[in-house]
Write a protein that binds this ligand. Structure first.
Ligand code: MN
Length: 234
């Protein structure tokens, strides 16, 4: 491990507010299998597996204590966004994880992908958990210190009560006893940065929308169709 990398690890540990006893665990969390193979190191894969579960647990615990009146359906929507690749990538970017990730082989000079960032972020939390002696409490407190307020803000900014696909379907069932249809029109962009265009239609009402996931695009298209139906009322 060269000196500038070690110095960087100190910055990262300062950023998360945790000093590793065993820095090799931190290095493992940052090591992609392409680099691990070349250098005889362990890769982050098993840590990612555990980190995924830890983050699910931390996020659900925050949601249940902050939003005690939310329905299970609302909680599920909040959670599915908060633990998504897209959101974890955002958290990883704030820590500049891409500057630390060790990638080898052909991938060495590629842009660090959204999923690689998210996976490393998951692995990082498992590394903290193992390094601190497997204290779920300590790890959860650290996670809360860093992300609790941010998560509450994110949830408040997004209107999770508005599930437009459900609202639209209720409306079309009520009016015509029919369901809207959804169709993917196009998928653009590189693998790690896709944009989906989706069309939603029912009877003469039709709209398209774009989103970073098929689900998001469908929600936005459903919202537009719902507005069309409601504004068509004489
Ligand atoms: Mn993952």
């Amino acid at each position: 491990m060269h000196a500038s990398f070690s110095k960087g690890l100190n910055d990262l540990q300062r950023a998360i507010g945790y000093q590793f006893r065993d820095e090799s665990l931190l290095v493992q969390a940052l090591t992609h299998k392409s680099y691990a193979g070349e250098h005889g190191l362990k890769s982050y894969e098993t840590l990612e597996f555990l980190g995924d579960s830890l983050i699910n647990f931390f996020v659900v615990d925050i949601l249940l204590s902050e939003f005690p009146n939310a329905s299970e359906g609302e909680l599920a929507m909040m959670k599915s966004y908060l633990v998504s690749e897209e959101h974890l990538h955002e958290l990883a970017e704030e820590l500049s994880l891409d500057a630390y990730i060790l990638v080898g082989g052909k991938k060495r000079n590629n842009h660090v992908s959204t999923s690689l960032m998210a996976d490393t972020f998951e692995a990082l939390w498992a590394a903290v958990y193992i390094d601190c002696g497997r204290s779920a409490d300590l790890t959860k407190n650290l996670f809360n210190t860093l992300y609790r307020n941010r998560i509450v803000e994110t949830v408040n900014k997004k209107d999770y009560k508005r599930d437009y696909k459900t609202l639209l379907q209720e409306e079309t069932q009520r009016r015509w006893k029919e369901r809207p249809t959804y169709r993917v029109i196009s998928i653009e962009g590189p693998h790690h940065n896709r944009v989906f265009e989706v069309e939603c239609g029912i009877r003469e009402f039709r709209a398209t929308a774009r989103g970073r996931s098929k689900k998001t695009a469908q929600q936005l298209a459903a919202k537009k169709v719902l507005e069309l139906i409601q504004s068509s009322e004489g």
